[in-house]
Every structure is written in C-alpha cells, then in structure tokens.
Design a protein around this ligand. Structure first.
Ligand code: GLC
Length: 417
C-alpha cells in the first residue's frame, strides 16, 4: 500500500450528491425519518423520497467546473458519493436497474466525474455505502421500521444476505474495474452489520487485487488505511493517517432548509488546525439537483481559494511544526521552514519557544515576504557558553501584517536538531 501522498495531502473535497438533491432534501436520511446528528434533516415518506429517482436530470452538471474549483482551492483529491445509503447508483451498474442509467439524464455521472478530475491531476476517491436501504435482500427499509434505530434494524435471512453480499461485492468490483485508477474507496454505513457479515477482509482482498495502490477508509471494519473522524478534529493527533470530513453547513447533501453555514474564517481555521495535527481536511460540498453548487457554498470556497492563493505553501505537503507549548496556534513545517498560523490577532508581538535562536535566519510574512523584526532571549549562561542555545523569539506583528482570515508567519532556520 502506498499512502505517502495521502499523509501530507491536507485538503480534499467531498461531494455529496444524489437524486434527493432536486428537492433540497438531505441524502438518504429523510427516508428513515432523520437522525440526531443532522439537525436540518427532513422526514419524508419512503415512497415520496424515492419518487425523485425517476426525475434526476442534472442538466447543469459540469464536472470540469468542479475540477477547476477544486484546483483553485489547492485540493489534492476529490471523493464523490457513487452510492449513498438510499441505494441509488450514480454509475451504470449491471447489478440493478436502480441507477442513473434509468433516469432522463442517462449518462454515467461517475465516469464523467472521474474523467474531469483526472484531467486536472486530482486524485480520485469513490464513496460507497455498504448499507443499502433500497435493496430487497438487504432488506429494504420500510415505513414499519420507523423510527430508525441503530440497534433495531430489519435483518435479512441467510439466503437474502448471501445474495445481497454478492450484489454489493459486484458493485464494488464494477467501480474498481470500469473507471481506471482509483486512489481511495471511501466506505460508509458499516455500523448496520458485523464485520463478518460484510466479509470485510475478503472484500479488502478483492479491492487490493483490483487496485493495488488504493486506500480504504476505516469504515470497512478492521481493513482501513486511514481514520475518518466526522465533523470534529481529534484532540490529539491519531497515530494513523487521518482525515476529518466536514460540512460547510450542517448537512451533507444539498439541504435548502439548512442555513447554518460556517464562516469562511472558521473553515480556514479548521484547515490550519487539521494541518498542524498532521491530518487532512475533507471539505464537503453539496451540489443542487441541477448540478450547480449553491451560492452560499461557492462564496466560502472562493474565500478559501483566495486565502490559499497566498498561503497554500504552509498547508499542502507539510508535516506538523512545533509542539503546542512552543507556540499558541497550529504550526507546520517543510524542510527548515516553520509556519506559524495566527488564528487570533496578537497585541503587538508573538512568542515562539524552544528554538535554536542563533540559527534563525529570517522571520517573514508568507503572504508577501515582508520581513518581520524579532528579538531573542535565552538563559544568560547559555548565551555565553552554548554555541547553539535553545531560546525564545519575540516577533513583532504590525497591524498591516494581519490577514483577515489567518496570518501565516515563516521562520527559516539554518538547521533544526
Ligand atoms: C455519516 C452519514 C452519511 C454521510 C457520512 C459522511 O456516516 O450516514 O450521511 O455520508 O457520514 O461522513
């Protein structure tokens, strides 16, 4: 497994999209009556929910535009919901009729997506829900099963399960055979069955035979290459490679009743925090039913792109910088350059501790290279007797240096022990 690229990718884009986006309904969850973690999720009769599958026709779907947008943000990889819990496939599948092939749109959305993203040099991830609330052998979720309970779900007979498992393996095989090199398979929904029922290890074996360089999300139990904290940043950086997936408002799919958007500044701060802890931010977007990105999301993405045009160097391809006691804020590094992310406005100076102060070559503003004045201090005897003492830097940060979203300061050091 080659996951080197993932370990310093830092920014990915998640795309939650499905037929229910036409009505501004969250993906899948409305049909089971909502879920506590999605406060704006609708509650829709199953039949009504599925009625939008027949009318899906995203005439404004332009994956090249999505790819350009992703590129402008500095995104390294993109992940699309090829099939969410509602079972509707955005790809052409031989395994069932329940897919985009049987809509007025007809085209293979996954194929068009992969082609456009690859043309921009982006790595490709496919989200796939193991659970399928539509498949008769899963078995399908019915009105009688409401309200949804994690510990009380409709269960299949043994024969049903064997048929479903085969169907699911076949769909995964299609995804990993028909679309060229796939960099990530992002499973979800595994909580509904046991690892034995999923035959997780056998599935992982098949996947790695089909795509030797692929990364598998940890939601395929015991087989994951990276952890997937959802909607939060772990307090301590996990030991394994990790990625936080995060929505811009509080919904995954386009949800017209959710106006609870995070600010551009909050999103940028989250990106800095995640990078400082060696993780990736998988930022979610929610295209509308016609394929356009909602304006509230575009506005924020443009702010992030503008900030990244000045600061991508301190995020992409970096490793974590200093220890938390050395600087009050997330920091990263690349070679001998340390990047300090100021997520609060300083009074007039900031302090950085435990640095080899005699080796500091320059302190500057990442955005435009402005040199910043600094002084240093260390223990008196150290300053006399130690040729390479550790000490503290006090850096002046004039008001003119403050970025409206997050200020980034670079410290160049001769060599770091
Ligand atoms: C949850 C939800 C799902 C969403 C996913 C993204 O597992 O069930 O709607 O796609 O998180 O991380």
């Amino acid at each position: 497994m080659n996951n080197n690229w993932f370990q310093t990718a830092r920014l990915g884009m998640f795309i939650h999209w499905g037929h229910s986006s036409q009505q501004g309904w969250e993906l899948s969850w409305p049909m089971v009556g909502g879920v506590f973690s999605l406060p704006f999720c609708q509650n829709i009769l199953i039949e009504e929910y599925y009625s939008t599958a027949d009318t899906f026709n995203p005439q404004q779907y332009n994956p090249q535009e999505w790819a350009d947008l992703a590129k402008s943000l500095g995104v390294q990889y993109v992940i699309l919901t090829t099939k969410h819990h509602d079972g509707f496939a955005l790809f052409h599948t031989q395994q069932s009729d329940f897919s985009i092939a049987n809509t007025p749109y007809q085209g293979d959305i996954v194929d068009e997506f992969v082609t456009a993203m690859r043309a921009q040099g982006l790595r490709i991830g496919l989200y796939f829900s193991l659970s399928d609330w539509h498949h008769p052998d899963y078995p399908a979720f019915t009105e009688a099963d409401k309200p949804y309970r994690f510990d009380k779900l409709p269960q299949p007979t043994q024969q049903q399960w064997e048929r479903y498992r085969q169907f699911m393996f076949n769909q995964v095989k299609e995804l990993l055979t028909n679309y060229g090199q796939i960099d990530i398979i992002w499973f979800d929904g595994s909580w509904e069955r046991t690892p034995e029922q999923w035959q997780a290890e056998e599935l992982a074996k098949m996947i790695r035979e089909l795509q030797p360089n692929i990364l598998i999300s940890d939601r395929l139990p015991n087989c994951g290459d990276f952890e997937t904290p959802e909607q939060f940043i772990p307090h301590q950086p996990p030991a394994h490679p990790w990625e936080t997936c995060l929505t811009i408002n509080e919904s995954w799919g386009y949800n017209s009743s959710d106006c609870n958007f995070k600010s551009s500044r909050q999103l940028i701060h989250t990106l800095c925090e995640v990078a400082g802890k060696s993780g990736n931010l998988l930022l979610n977007i929610s295209p509308m039913g016609d394929g356009q990105i909602p304006p509230e999301q575009l506005e924020r993405l443009e702010d992030i792109a503008s900030w990244m045009s000045r600061h991508a160097e301190s995020i992409l391809g970096t490793t974590p910088g200093l220890e938390p006691w050395q600087f009050y804020g997330p920091s990263t590094r690349k070679g001998n350059r340390i990047y300090l992310h100021l997520l609060m406005k300083p009074y007039e100076t900031i302090s950085v501790r435990g640095l080899p102060i005699k080796q500091v070559q320059s302190v500057s503003l990442l955005a435009d290279g402005t040199q910043l004045a600094y002084t240093s201090r260390c223990a008196i005897m150290d300053s006399i007797l130690n040729p390479d003492p550790l000490g503290e830097l006090t850096i002046s940060v004039p008001k003119s240096a403050i970025d409206p979203y997050a200020t980034v300061i670079c410290i160049d050091i001769g060599s770091i022990n």
